[in-house]
Ligand binder design. Structure first.
Ligand SMILES: NC(=O)c1ccc[n+]([C@@H]2O[C@H](COP(=O)([O-])OP(=O)(O)OC[C@H]3O[C@@H](n4cnc5c(N)ncnc54)[C@H](OP(=O)(O)O)[C@@H]3O)[C@@H](O)[C@H]2O)c1
Length: 401
């Protein structure tokens, strides 16, 4: 499939996009001004009156409130958390990203991990100091006012009976996934009734949380409140979301967060897209196409040319940027794919909603040898022809030569 070579047309599209985006910006700024209102931050002692930049945005006909980093400038964060110790438990993907961002934001953050495990060593390499801001899990929880539970979901369930008694009144419990409290019948994570329980779920890996922060950008995250005993739980979650490196935050519930997250990663984000790549590649190979041709027409062009266009400008722009032949075929075939796949997505959603996916995940990830078993499955993927071909194709990219 080829791009249209008509650069004038592309320039025209880009021009009209720019005009559209200016119009959108004007509309947005009118909404922002309408929504902007003075507010008083919760601080012990001083009251900070400041103009909030929260936005009411019409997403396809549905009004939603979005909170932005501008709502929580660094000085306000420092004031808000000045009496707090943020005890971040677990130093895996999210612990690394959120922990270093909190530290760089100047907040009082400590790490709690099991001594001498892989995370303990990784934390020391990142400059956390034993006895200063790196402790065993229980010690960190005792010191913390915010307990940020960033253990793996299976570990949250395994360790809950020892952690729970340490989460005493006055502390705030934080998660980055609704998994443990929502599926409490399976995880046994019954949160204390007398503490605020909040969630901030970055929509990306911990590495991305860190990289975007360092670039002066920010990850998009959702936030939710499970338990609001102080009346400040929403504000605490919004503040922490910015403190860990979010650029903007939208509100959800614990239930919706876990359902959409498990569903998405099994679908278009990972499982579904992998299945679709494999199916397309196999049919090309069975019809006599060479590995390089099959890979280029399935993965390379998708990830290098077309998907970035969807990400940057939208699906309609991607269609418009392609040849009339490609466009006609895609317009005819996307409903066929949608109709074929929708029953699978319905089954998947049900499997998430009724807890089957949680059960499977807990059972698998709680095994002592889960890392080895996972490695075996990844070895199978690594050994597939399509992904071996990918390795060679990537080497051919001029920037990799
Ligand atoms: N990764 C993502 O992309 C992502 C995105 C959004 C939200 N989340 C959520 O963020 C939370 C953390 O996920 P993650 O991916 O950062 O986790 P992870 O990388 O799997 O981190 C696991 C951490 O848990 C510790 N751990 C594992 N088993 C333990 C046990 N039995 N006792 C004590 N510690 C144990 C590990 O310590 P050792 O090194 O000592 O084993 C490590 O510090 C989860 O709720 C997840 O759903 C993740």
């Amino acid at each position: 499939m080829s791009f249209r070579s008509n650069s004038i047309r592309l320039a025209r599209i880009a021009g009209s996009k720019a005009i559209a985006s200016q119009t959108q910006k004007r509309a947005l700024s009118a909404l922002v001004n309408a929504a902007a209102r003075p507010t008083v931050a919760r601080t012990s002692g001083a009251s900070i009156v400041q103009q909030r930049g929260l936005k009411q945005i019409n997403f396809g006909g549905v009004e939603e409130t979005v909170y932005e980093r501008a709502d929580w400038p660094r000085e306000k964060l420092l004031e808000y958390f000045k009496d707090d110790t943020l005890a971040l438990i677990g130093y895996g993907s999210q612990g690394y990203g959120q922990g270093l961002n909190l530290r760089d934001n100047g907040l009082n953050v400590i790490i709690g991990v099991r001594k001498n495990g892989a995370s303990w060593k990784a934390a020391i390499e990142d400059g956390w100091q034993p006895g200063v801001n790196l402790f065993a899990v229980e010690e960190a929880i005792e010191k913390g006012t915010y307990i940020m539970n960033l253990l793996s979901d299976a570990a949250q369930s395994e360790t809950w009976s020892t952690i729970k008694p340490l989460i005493t009144e006055g502390k705030t419990l934080y998660f980055s996934h609704g998994f443990s409290p929502v599926f409490k019948d399976l995880t046994h994570v019954e949160t204390p009734k007398n503490v605020d329980v909040i969630l901030v779920a970055p929509k990306g890996s911990g590495r991305t949380v860190r990289t975007l922060f360092k670039e002066g950008r920010g990850i998009n995250s959702s936030y939710a409140v499970w338990n609001d005993v102080t009346g400040n739980a929403h504000e605490k979650a919004q503040a922490l979301a910015v403190a860990v490196g979010s650029g903007y935050v939208y509100q959800t519930t614990f239930e919706k967060e876990v359902n959409s997250d498990l569903y998405g990663e099994r679908g278009c984000l990972m499982g579904g897209i992998h299945g679709m790549f494999l199916a397309q590649y196999e049919v090309l190979r069975e019809n006599g196409h060479s590995p390089s041709e099959a890979f280029n027409e399935t993965v390379e062009e998708a990830t290098q040319s077309l998907y970035p266009l969807i990400g940057k400008y939208g699906m309609d722009y991607m269609y418009d940027a392609c040849s009339t032949t490609a466009r006609r075929g895609a317009l005819d075939w996307y409903p066929v794919f949608k109709d074929a796949l929708k029953p699978v997505f319905n089954d998947l959603y049900e499997s998430v909603r009724n807890g089957s996916e949680t059960k499977r995940s807990l059972e698998f990830n709680s095994q002592v040898d889960y890392r080895e078993k996972l490695e075996e499955e990844l070895k199978v993927i690594r050994g597939m022809e399509i992904w071996k071909v990918g390795k060679e194709v990537r080497k051919l990219r001029p920037e990799n030569n």
